[in-house]
Design a binder for this molecule. Structure first.
Ligand code: FES
Ligand code: FE
Length: 435
């Protein structure tokens, strides 16, 4: 292995013949090589090995409730769109590329349409992807089979509790197997919202200069809360929130790289823990929701739904933060030092308007791009990425909590992510010319 002194350039190159993740159980230490966040070679390999073979979150069924409803997405850098089929009523996920000569056939972010007409030569496709219209069809000989020129579906599509995932690899394991223990936590989120949820219209989209895996780590990092988000905690105190209990909880491994931290925290939850920020008049409604959940799921599960916060990592790039609002966010690095983030707010389908308003307020106040948390986090993550460029330090240390029962402010949840990532990536030795 190379020594630290070898790593003085800011293009942190991966070490030859070594994995990028060192999980040393004997010494209870865990390290990630910084080239995982900086190297173009590693990034190229990641796009192919991780994103080419994983189930990736596309969107939520509630975004396309009616036949012809569609949303356009970017799935790990590839243009796709999701549309509710008029005949099948299925959620179809297509490669967004015309079967004639390649142009995007869906050029709007969302809407409803019976047909998707390519603007280049006007071929048109229906919501099941079938080619319906070809101008001057007689120009083609009888040898061309138009039935075979339907839009291409992404190799695998499936959904769990309304969350739609797709995978570019036809041979991937089925979605429930892939999600493993994460299913139970998706259930908690959905059941805690009364069993029926919807994505509220509108998205937060933002980009910044850091690798996406830094944001995965940060999204379930209890350790940074008090130091990085000091302003938010001071604000909570200023409006009368009792910070006595602090942030206390545990990390849980969920298999296949998924993990969660679950913890109690001083802030309120629209389902269903009141706090001063929500205002006095919200108390009655929150008490009602709580009583209903207890009646339906029993005291223990209802307590988990109401009182316990969850930051859920669904490998490789979906985060569900069920805290003072329920945020669903995906992220992807188009380059090693850049990340594009899309975030949505999830809510009970039949939520009363006053609580919906408070939920959206919580979503924006803490987790939105201009809220109390995100600017602080972006600053921290860009700072890490800049720090990597200094060179001189080869590895990140992610050992916290290895010697004890995993607490929410330890780093076990990150290690679970990294172990799976390492498994998919393989050794750095075969990453090509980077070394
Ligand atoms: Fe779409 Fe020609 S590329 S019709
Ligand atoms: Fe944070």
């Amino acid at each position: 292995m190379s020594t630290v002194e070898d790593w003085t350039t800011h293009d942190t190159t991966a070490p030859a013949h070594e994995p990028l993740v060192i999980d040393d159980q004997d010494n209870q230490t865990f390290r990630v090589h910084r080239s995982a966040m900086t190297s173009a070679e590693v990034h190229r390999a990641e796009v192919e090995r991780v994103f080419g073979h994983s189930w990736l979150y596309v969107g939520h069924e509630s975004e396309v409730p009616k036949p012809g409803d569609f949303v356009r997405r970017n799935l790990a850098g590839r243009p796709i769109f999701m549309v509710r089929g008029a005949k099948s009523r299925d959620v179809n996920v297509f490669h967004n590329s015309c079967t004639h000569r390649g142009a995007l056939v869906c050029r709007q972010d969302s809407g409803n349409s019976k047909v998707f007409q390519c603007f280049y030569h006007a071929w048109s496709f229906d919501s099941e992807g079938k080619l319906k219209g070809v101008p001057d069809r007689e120009g083609y000989s009888n040898g061309l089979d138009f039935d075979r020129l339907s839009l291409a579906k992404v190799a695998r599509v499936d959904s769990y509790r309304g969350f739609v995932f797709a995978c570019f690899d036809a041979d991937v394991v089925d979605l429930p197997t892939w999600l493993a223990g994460a299913k139970e936590y998706i259930d908690l989120v959905v059941d805690g919202c009364g069993g029926s949820v919807e994505i509220i219209k509108g998205t937060n989209e933002y980009s910044f200069d850091a690798n996406y895996k830094l944001l995965i780590e940060n999204s379930a990092d209890g350790y940074h809360a008090a130091s990085t988000h000091d302003t938010y905690f001071k604000y909570l105190v200023s409006i009368g929130t009792d910070l006595q209990g602090g942030v206390i909880g545990q990390a849980v491994k969920l298999g296949n790289g998924h993990a969660v931290i679950e913890y109690s925290a001083p802030w309120g939850r629209p389902v269903a823990k009141w706090e001063p920020l929500f205002g006095e008049d919200a108390k009655v409604e929150i008490d009602r929701i709580r009583a209903e959940l207890t009646e339906r799921y029993g005291a223990e599960r209802a307590h988990k739904m109401c009182e316990v916060n969850r930051n859920l990592i669904i490998y490789p790039n979906l985060i569900i933060n069920d805290i003072m609002a329920v945020t669903v966010r995906t992220m992807f690095s188009p380059a090693p030092n850049r990340v594009d983030v899309t975030a949505w707010e999830l809510a009970p389908t039949d939520e009363v308007p006053s609580l919906r308003e408070r939920r959206l307020d919580s979503f924006l106040t803490f987790l939105g791009p201009g809220g109390f948390a995100t600017p602080d986090d972006v600053e921290a993550l860009e700072s890490c990425q800049t720090g990597f460029s200094s060179g001189g330090v080869e590895w990140n240390d992610i050992s916290r909590g290895m010697g004890r029962g995993p607490m929410a402010n330890d780093e076990q949840q990150m290690r679970e992510f990294w172990r799976r990532w390492q498994q998919q990536m393989g050794d750095a030795a075969d990453l090509g010319g980077a070394r």
